[in-house]
Design a protein around this ligand. Structure first.
Ligand code: NAP
Length: 257
């Protein structure tokens, strides 16, 4: 049996590592968005499939027998495609999505919004020196902050930004001390994030709480696969898969299969 892990997250890498260790035949898939991605253990393919039809073709050609959608909670396109393609091919689909941050200390005081445009408007109202940590793709929605002294943190360089913006290229995991120092040195007075969940980028929330900096959070979009199974941890995903798969045995001579 071959498992397809739709990745681009720490959880997807961890799951791929476990499947590799358990000798489960699995391939990880990355979109190819970042220049130097962190690669999972085991076989990996990079790049879009070509929409639902392309994914259907891939599932059939590669004899994929289970799909784990472990993509980021805000990667709506690929998740929707996975639901449609797996339904078409009658391939079991599991959603692996880490819990969000709604239970974090201070979350009840955060400014929760549904879109990045609403986040931009809220940030414009709440401060003058925002720290934008929403990634590269939604930045078009933040034009209202063009004349603000914004700090923008992204993984890869940006083609064009307003002259008053400071771009910082970095990626998690981050520490509380470093996040606090970043906010203090840039006099950040409002933090903008999406509800990514997980621990890699969580310290910024604690730093904001400690410094009394207001937080604007974009709510997660709904996952369109309610009819399929979904879990919140790699361990639970691994258990779901182990009920469906048989690991490849070592060869008689003891070498790897
Ligand atoms: P998206 O909007 O859902 O996807 C757009 C298109 O990119 C998809 O239709 C698909 O192209 C391709 N794609 C996305 N993820 C893919 C994957 N894992 N393997 C193969 N093709 C993939 O996705 P996105 O928000 O741009 O995110 C891209 C990747 O970055 C995701 O894998 C996600 O896990 C990771 N990521 C996203 C965020 C975020 O905030 N969105 C944050 C951290 C990491 P085709 O239609 O051609 O198949």
């Amino acid at each position: 049996m071959t498992v397809l892990v739709l990745g681009g997250t720490a959880e997807a890498r961890e799951l791929a590592g476990r499947l590799h260790d358990q000798r489960v035949s699995a391939v990880s898939s990355l979109a190819g968005r970042v220049a130097r991605p962190r690669l999972p253990l085991g076989p990996t393919r990079v790049g879009g499939f070509g929409g639902v039809d392309g994914l259907v073709e891939y599932l059939r050609e590669e004899h994929i027998e289970a799909v784990v959608d472990a993509t980021h909670p805000f990667a709506q396109g690929i998740s929707a495609n996975a639901v449609k393609a797996c339904t078409t091919c009658d391939v079991p689909l599991l959603r692996l999505s880490r819990p969000g941050w709604a239970d974090e200390p201070g979350a009840s005081r955060w400014h929760w919004v549904d879109t990045h445009a609403e986040a931009a408007a809220a940030a414009a109202r709440l401060g003058t020196r925002p720290l934008l940590t929403v990634g590269r793709q939604p930045l078009d929605a933040f034009g209202v902050l063009a004349d603000y002294d914004a700090v923008v943190r992204v993984v890869d360089s940006l083609a064009e930004v307003p002259p008053r913006w400071t771009v910082i290229r970095d990626r998690g995991p981050y520490t509380l001390a470093a996040e606090r120092a970043l906010m203090e040195s840039h006099l950040v007075d409002v933090l903008v994030t999406k509800d990514s969940g997980g621990t890699y980028t969580q310290p910024k929330l604690h730093a904001a709480e400690a410094l009394g900096v207001p937080v604007v959070v974009v709510r997660r979009p709904p996952w369109p696969g309610a009819a399929h199974a979904s879990v919140e941890s790699v361990t639970a995903a691994s258990a779901w898969l182990s009920r469906r798969i048989t690991p490849q045995p070592p060869k008689d001579d003891g070498t790897e299969p």
